[in-house]
Design a protein around this ligand. Structure first.
Ligand code: GLC
Ligand code: GLC
Length: 829
């Protein structure tokens, strides 16, 4: 069952009922100011950091779900309704929500009155513009009123939802004309403020939440002021400040009125914090006056429908440009929709926000993840390489000089998070992969010379290349008894905690280490990760390629020898006959092996092992892929492990705490499904690759939205696995490495258009049924118009490759570098 449809022409998902199975959200903003907005206008805004600079309040994990948002209430002669249905939930005569590229349009109609609200964050602007167009579609004149409301968060979202003994007494506001300013703590130790304005005279306002609601026992669905059609003109003093505008409107039949609201954020330099004079119309309780120059300028920028239209046009043009870098036309509309629009859009969001703020991440927990952000770059780098470069340098600067990494960092401070610390065994390798992806995309070898400090040597002169060196050797220098990488606290799978042995409530599996390993440095020197081994052999060649390019032949040979050794060790100690084991635990026992009672096979090491060709000479690759099909494949994707754990295994940690089928315990973790899609394509089995791709790609799950529940236009982190009661149900949508990895899987492995150091590889691995496809790829300043023909209906294998009619050997299109358009044709067979 569906709850809407794709409008590919407008690049929108159109939702036709407010009662979606879960709030279906969108993200507004790309750099500084961000908003989350659901299909009923729920959500919240923040500046850069969802924890430390939260602008509006949200109620997590609450019922009814999705409370807190920017809401408009209409009182039409006693009938009170919201254009987005919530919070009042009066049945609407018509409802529609269009989530587009950086904007959302919500339309509601009731008793002949239509309200269409367009929400967006303009480019290079720290505010959310909300344009409300009210139209009387009836035959008689209509007089009604409209209330806006936004509830301020007192900046630090963590403190805001816990420290009431203090923060019920700190709220402050100022009101000037139609603009309400939020200035809590501004006088003392903040230099930022927020405002909510409307481009017209108002007939009243509220700034105190309880006055707006009329009773502390009322919810947002029942504000007394709205019901009574009478704002209370309250002035907030502590408690919970809000911003609400009241406006009376009369419309003749067919007449429209446009109101433009802006929710903005601004910072003042220390010496310009205060205004010298107090304007006559200013309402304040303070002896000081906020310097509002920046707000005035921001308000001026979007205070007419023409200016709003121009801002929207600029946003559209920006996205059209971003999405023209890579475009495909395949025989499958759903693939086109994912590749050309939604998967790329989601990659921008994950690049911006890592795993910080979604409807499943509160925004107060994790900042940016080291491994997460590095992987996010893989799907984003072609869009805005300059931003990827800056991010790479930021992330690398949190690394330690021995190659270890802080697992997370805060976007505002860009400093490693000491509460979580480091010692996650996979972290350094993702850095090699992402820097290599950046160079392959841009040809900017100069990044290797960029000055990038280490966290433990902030003033030292170090280069990005040194970061890659220490990343590579961090693995080599931390091997266990079988010559495989130590698992340390955890590897990619945060829930396999081989050094933890937790039997005490409240311990964090990921930060707790058993005292028994104290003398050894905090983690077992026996537990080893076969996954990190395979990731090492998969990423290592990129490091070797870099050294070779730099003419460092000896170092390249030395690194290659380590890779070869790791492959040998993996084949000898981690190949279980039909697949690769997952790990050796701290007791030296195999995990993810035929010998195990449960969890006999895991997905994670397999894809990278296959793509590293470990044991390919003895058929290990095909055996492994067949085992995955046999044991992990099910209706809605590939489960992470099988059989699911039904008992608690203290030596494995968190993974065995989940009921079977959820999250890392045999859930369908879509992130690592992509690794198998890549591996199947790599092995030339395009039909299998495509089967797995289409099981999890959102556009394909749209038809089962009632089962899947989360947004049909973006990936979630996981889908309930075959052991789960809620088999097929999606969770943790939006912020997941799945976005980047599936972008890689479809574009670079299935469609086979893959940047390499020395050119653009074109080597598809597609369904045999396809006649071919076309693609446009902008690459290092040139445009490649690619045509793939598949007359013999094979999966993979280039018979011929021509560039502008001239035959080329192999499958790499050399960089033309002339800024022109080139025609590439590949005939499969
Ligand atoms: C989440 C985390 C990621 C981790 C994965 C598996 O997606 O963000 O860092 O690798 O879960 O535990
Ligand atoms: C991790 C991952 C998640 C995992 C959790 C462990 O960082 O996001 O997948 O389940 O944290 O508590």
């Amino acid at each position: 069952m569906k709850f809407g449809h794709f409008d590919d022409l407008r690049k929108e998902y159109v939702i036709n009922t407010p009662r979606t199975p879960y709030p279906w959200i969108n993200y507004l903003g790309n750099q500084g100011f961000f908003s989350l907005i659901s299909n009923t206008a729920g959500g919240y805004s923040f500046y850069k950091d969802a924890r430390l600079r939260r602008i509006t309040r949200y109620r997590y994990n609450n019922v009814p779900l999705d409370m807190g948002g920017r809401y408009f209430y209409i009182n039409d002669n006693g009938t009170v309704w919201n254009p987005g249905w919530s919070p009042v939930k009066t049945e609407l005569d018509e409802y529609e929500c269009r989530h587009g590229m950086g904007y959302t349009i919500i339309k509601g109609k009731k008793n002949g009155l239509k309200a269409e609200v367009t929400f967006f964050v303009p480019q290079n602007y720290d505010g959310e513009v909300q344009q409300v167009v009210l139209t009387n579609e009836g035959t008689e004149a209509k007089s009604f009123s409209i209330f806006s409301v936004a509830e301020w968060c007192l900046w630090d979202a963590q403190d805001d939802c816990t420290n009431f003994q203090r923060n019920f007494s700190t709220g402050r506001v100022e009101i000037e004309g139609s603009t309400i300013y939020h200035v809590t703590e501004y006088r003392d130790r903040r230099n930022h403020y927020a405002f909510y304005t409307v481009n017209d005279e108002i007939d009243g306002y509220d700034t105190d939440r309880d006055a707006f609601l009329g009773s502390i026992y009322n919810g947002w669905d029942n504000p007394e002021t709205v019901k009574a059609d009478k704002p209370s003109n309250s002035f907030a003093d502590g408690w919970s400040p809000v911003a609400s505008h009241y406006k009376k409107v009369t419309l003749a039949p067919g007449e429209s009125k446009t109101l433009i609201y802006i929710l903005g954020y601004a910072e003042n330099p220390q010496d310009k914090k205060f205004a010298a004079e107090k304007p006559a119309n200013l309402l304040t309780r303070e002896t000081w006056v906020l310097n509002k120059e920046k707000a005035y300028a921001m308000i001026d920028k979007y205070n007419t429908p023409e200016k709003v239209a121009a801002g929207l046009e600029e946003l559209r043009t920006t996205w059209d440009k971003l999405l023209s870098i890579f475009k495909v036309d395949t025989p499958d509309d759903k693939v086109n929709r994912m590749v050309n629009i939604w998967n790329q859009y989601q990659c921008m969001v994950t690049f911006n926000l890592s795993r910080s703020a979604s409807y499943f991440e509160s925004g107060i927990g994790r900042g940016m993840g080291f491994r997460d952000s590095n992987q996010d770059i893989l799907g984003f780098v072609h869009q805005i390489p300059e931003r990827a470069r800056e991010r790479l340098i930021d992330i690398a600067s949190t690394q330690l000089s021995d190659g270890g990494c802080y697992h997370q960092y805060q976007p505002l401070t860009k400093k490693g998070n000491a509460d979580i610390g480091g010692d996650f065994s996979d972290d350094p390798l993702w850095m090699i992969l992402s820097v290599a992806a950046y160079i392959k995309e841009t040809g900017d070898w100069g990044i290797l010379d960029a000055n990038v400090p280490f966290d433990d040597d902030p003033d030292g002169k170090h280069t990005m290349l040194e970061h890659l060196d220490v990343s590579f050797y961090h693995i080599v220098n931390n091997l266990g008894p079988h010559g495989l990488p130590l698992a340390m606290r955890a590897d990619w799978n945060d829930c396999i905690n081989l050094s933890c042995f937790s039997d005490t409530p409240g311990e964090s599996f990921q930060t707790y280490t058993n005292p028994k390993f104290k003398a050894e440095g905090g983690y077992s020197k026996v537990a080893e990760s076969a996954f990190v081994a395979a990731l090492f052999t998969y990423t290592g060649p990129a490091y070797v390629g870099i050294l070779e390019h730099l003419g460092k032949a000896d170092e390249a040979a030395k690194a290659q020898a380590e890779i070869d050794k790791m492959k040998k060790n993996t084949m000898e100690s981690a190949f279980d006959g039909d697949w690769f084991i997952r790990a050796y635990d701290a007791n030296g026992e195999k995990m993810g092996s035929k010998e195990c009672e449960e969890g006999k096979i895991f997905i994670e090491p397999q894809g990278f092992a296959v793509m590293s060709e470990i044991g390919k000479d003895v058929g290990a690759d095909i055996k492994t892929l067949n085992s995955i099909d046999k044991y992990l494949n099910c209706e809605f994707g590939l489960v992470l492990n099988n059989p699911a754990y039904t008992k608690y295994y203290i030596q494995y940690g968190e993974i065995s705490t989940y009921p079977g089928g959820y999250k890392e315990n045999a859930g369908i973790f879509t992130h690592n499904n992509a690794w198998i899609i890549c591996a199947e394509a790599y092995a030339g089995r395009g039909d299998k690759a495509f089967e797995y791709y289409s099981k999890i790609a959102p556009a394909f799950t749209e038809e089962t939205s009632d089962i899947h529940k989360t947004e049909p236009y973006v990936y979630g982190q996981m889908i309930g696995g075959k052991d789960a009661k809620n088999f097929g149900q999606g969770k943790n949508s939006w912020l997941t490495g799945t976005a980047a990895w599936n972008m890689v899987a479809i574009s670079q492995y299935i469609l086979g258009v893959k940047p390499e150091f020395d050119g653009l590889r074109v080597d598809p691995s597609i369904p045999a049924a396809w006649d071919g496809f076309t693609a446009t790829r902008q690459f290092r300043g040139d445009t490649y118009e690619i045509t793939i023909k598949n007359p013999d209906h094979v999966n993979k294998g280039g018979k011929t490759l021509t560039v502008d009619g001239a035959a080329v050997d192999g499958c790499i299109v050399p960089v033309a570098g002339d800024g022109k358009t080139h025609k590439v044709e590949v005939v499969l067979g």
